[in-house]
Design a protein around this ligand. Structure first.
Ligand code: SAH
Ligand code: MG
Length: 198
């Protein structure tokens, strides 16, 4: 099993934080890695690569021969992510797709063991719709930033955040009510929603 270099990952983390790249918070990553260790996925689909930090961390929990497909819209991020992944010798394990995640998801036709949603908050409902199609019974769908710095539970929000807040609320309501899912909202970091496909 190929392994990433933890010292290199640490350097990626430090640099991303310095540059205000919104990578996973430490507590969130720790929690997600515990779930991945339990789930032992062979395939992970990630929405929002940024510099490849979470994908590299997640690769520590893949089954042998497993793979991660991660999607990123921003060209500069894609470039940095690919460099980081190559520097860790993981280019055969982690594929970075440059483009709009929702548009790319629509073109996919395979089942993933884990889907991790960590991109445009206003689009989580669309990502969920595609995630349902791209998973199987026992798959886990994890979404980060679902509490959006407390805004999702708060009753006043600045105009510019209202659409994202309303869509995140809709996401949380949907995963609770959809009978195909067993979901839990966890108050770690910026809020993590975990759904298991029944
Ligand atoms: N998962 C990363 C952090 C991702 S930050 C980590 O923890 O290391 C969110 C990323 O989503 C940003 O880099 C942003 O450019 C990207 N993004 C935003 N909208 C997107 C879209 N529609 N499709 C793909 N990526 C998108
Ligand atoms: Mg996030």
């Amino acid at each position: 099993m190929k392994m990433v270099d933890n010292n290199k990952i640490e350097q990626i983390r430090i640099k991303a934080r310095e540059n205000h790249v919104p990578i996973l918070q430490d507590a969130s990553l720790e929690f997600i890695e515990i779930m991945l260790e339990l789930a032992k996925p062979k395939t992970i689909l990630e929405v929002g690569t940024a510099v490849g930090y979470s994908a590299l961390c997640f690769s520590r929990h893949l089954q042998d021969g497993g793979k991660i497909v991660t999607m990123e819209l921003n060209e500069e991020m894609v470039k940095i992510a690919r460099e980081n992944i190559k520097d860790n010798g993981m280019e055969d394990v982690i594929e970075v797709v440059h483009g709009d995640a929702y548009e790319y998801m629509k073109t996919l036709d395979e089942k993933f063991d884990v889907v991790f949603i960590d991109a445009a908050k206003g689009q989580y409902m669309k990502y969920l719709e595609e995630a349902m199609r791209l998973t199987h019974s026992g798959s886990v769908i994890i979404a980060d930033n679902v509490l959006f710095k407390g805004r999702v539970l708060g009753d006043y929000n600045e105009h510019k955040h209202r659409t994202a807040v309303n869509r995140l609320r809709e996401y949380l309501k949907t995963i609770k009510e959809d009978e195909r899912l067993e979901s839990s909202l966890v108050d770690i970091g910026d809020g993590i929603a975990v759904s298991v496909v029944k």
